[in-house]
Design a protein around this ligand. Structure first.
Ligand code: OFO
Length: 164
C-alpha cells in the first residue's frame, strides 16, 4: 500500500503524462494539417509513448493496492508560430516532466519508499533520452531551416521513427 502522499503525487503524474500525450497529439494534428507527415508521425508515436507512460504508473499504483485515477485534463496549449517554436515547447515540456519525476523520487526517498524509488528509476533514465531526442530535433531544425529541401529531409527523417 502506498503512502497517501505518494499515491496522490503518482496520480498527478498520470495526469501529466496524459496531458503530454494530448499535447503531442495536438502538435501532430497541426503537422498533418500543414502536410508535414513525417513530423506528424513522430509526434503521434510520442503521444502513444506518453499514454504508455501513464499506464505504466497506473499499473504500478494498482499493483501496490492503491487506486489509480484518471482525472480531468486541461486543453493542450501550444504555439504554432514555427517548427523551431514547436520543438522548443517539446523540449521545455520534457524538462518540466523531468522535474516532476525528480520530485517524485525526492518524495519516495523522504518516505523511505524503496519500491517506488526503484520503480521511478526507469522514468529517470527515460527522461534523459526524451530530453536528448527533443534537443537533437531542435538543433537539426536550426540547421535545416523552416522551408525548402532541409525541411523536407527532416520530414523524411522523422517519418522513419519506429513505433515502440
Ligand atoms: Fe515525455 O515523458 Fe513521459 O515520462
Amino acid at each position: 500500500m502506498l503512502d497517501p502522499k505518494m499515491e496522490k503525487q503518482l496520480n498527478q503524474q498520470v495526469a501529466e503524462e496524459m496531458y503530454s500525450s494530448n499535447l503531442y497529439l495536438d502538435m501532430a494534428m497541426h503537422y498533418a494539417n500543414v502536410g508535414l507527415d513525417g513530423f506528424a508521425h513522430w509526434l503521434r508515436v510520442q503521444a502513444t509513448e506518453e499514454r504508455d507512460h501513464a499506464l505504466k504508473i497506473t499499473d504500478y499504483i494498482s499493483q501496490q493496492g492503491s487506486r489509480a485515477v484518471i482525472g480531468a485534463l486541461a486543453e493542450p496549449k501550444a504555439k504554432y508560430d514555427s517548427n523551431k517554436v514547436i520543438f522548443e515547447q517539446v523540449l521545455h515540456h520534457e524538462q518540466h516532466i523531468s522535474k516532476c519525476i525528480h520530485q517524485l523520487v525526492d518524495l519516495a526517498i523522504s518516505l523511505k519508499d524503496h519500491a517506488t524509488q526503484a520503480f521511478l528509476q526507469w522514468f529517470v533514465t527515460e527522461q534523459v533520452e526524451e530530453e536528448e531526442q527533443a534537443g537533437k530535433i531542435l538543433n537539426l531544425l536550426k540547421i535545416a531551416g523552416e522551408h525548402g529541401p532541409g525541411l523536407i529531409s527532416m520530414d523524411r527523417y522523422l517519418a522513419s521513427r519506429a513505433a515502440e
